[in-house]
Design a protein around this ligand. Structure first.
Ligand code: 8YV
Length: 306
């Protein structure tokens, strides 16, 4: 807010609930810049509601599937995002969720909080180790690479798939094998999603993909909910066709498919990937800096499209 207030007059919308479309249209009327995030749909109608003086839509997120970028940029408005600054936080959370699901930490905590009796014995609440297991990364971009690096420290072997191959140095550093999506799903012990949500990745993990995975495999999703067909996932988990899932994002956020919440081999978090004070501060500052640069007539640091 300090950065933005130096650039102009700031109107802060309520954050305790999503705004309705009419409220959103009213809030942006006359704005030169819109700072927005995740669940706010930015489309041609919103740009029209703002008016022809609108110069920038700054998303406080690296993902920008909430923005119809062609429709917005066609009207001469620049779209910016916040890459880089949330890589570590999101990668940390992916590893945290992975440990939670493989070591049954959510289950263990629920047991104790329910004050249920328990006795230690040799095969009490056994989980699965990560050492020598294959981590299959879908999308070896900035976040995927840091997840791979951390997973290597846990003794995992790295495979990846995606639209294109990573640079040879990246493959060498991570000892990462490039596989087709099908091969990756067939061989990975853990499948971790780090791709953006696009028309190509929507329901990438559907019934057929889940059927390809090992019955012991674990799915980790810290990317976007709609990359996974949540109904199909709940069914596969219930029927024991995959081993578990750790989810930070959901297909119809903030709703969570109720069937998932009944399963002990599912770990859930309310979209906390970038939720550290340090990271959110850096994201907010970067978004504000993009706005300030554009309003001052300069090139912004993070345009998503020119
Ligand atoms: C954001 C995210 O905090 O950056 C992203 O793409 O998913 C999150 O970590 C969230 O989208 C709010 O904009």
């Amino acid at each position: 807010l300090d950065v933005l207030r130096q650039a102009g007059k700031v109107h802060v919308c309520p954050q305790d609930r999503p705004l309705t479309v009419p409220e959103l249209h009213e809030a942006v009327r006359g704005a030169h810049a819109i700072v927005t995030m995740l669940h706010d749909r930015v489309d041609a109608d919103l740009v029209a509601a703002a008016g022809p003086q609108l110069e920038v839509v700054a998303n406080v997120a690296v993902g920008y599937d909430n923005i119809d970028v062609p429709a917005v940029t066609e009207r001469g408005v620049i779209v910016t995002n916040t890459p880089g600054v949330l890589v570590d936080a999101t990668a940390d959370l992916a590893l945290g969720l992975l440990l939670m699901v493989t070591r049954r930490l959510g289950e263990g905590e629920r047991l104790l909080r329910a004050r249920r009796p328990w006795t230690f014995h040799l095969d009490f609440m056994l989980g699965t180790g990560l050492q020598n297991k294959i981590l299959g990364i879908v999308g070896l971009g900035d976040i995927g690479q840091v997840v791979a690096r951390r997973a290597r420290a846990f003794g995992m072997n790295i495979a990846y798939t995606g639209r294109r191959r990573a640079a040879a140095e990246v493959e060498a550093e991570l000892d990462a094998r490039f596989l087709s999506q099908d091969e990756l799903l067939r061989t990975a012990d853990v499948v971790s999603l780090h791709c953006p949500l696009t028309e190509q990745t929507r329901h990438l993990i559907d019934e057929a993909a889940l059927a390809t995975m090992k019955p012991t495999a674990v799915l980790v999703n810290t990317s976007r909910g709609p990359v996974v067909d949540e109904q199909a996932l709940a069914k596969a988990l219930r029927e024991g066709r995959i081993g578990g899932a750790a989810l930070d994002v959901f297909e119809h956020e903030p709703e969570v498919e109720p069937a998932l919440l009944d399963l002990d081999n599912v770990v859930v978090a309310p979209h906390l990937g970038s939720a550290t004070t340090e990271t959110r501060t850096a994201m907010a500052e970067l978004a504000a800096r993009n706005v300030a640069e554009i309003l001052a007539g300069h090139e912004p640091p993070n345009p998503v499209h020119r």
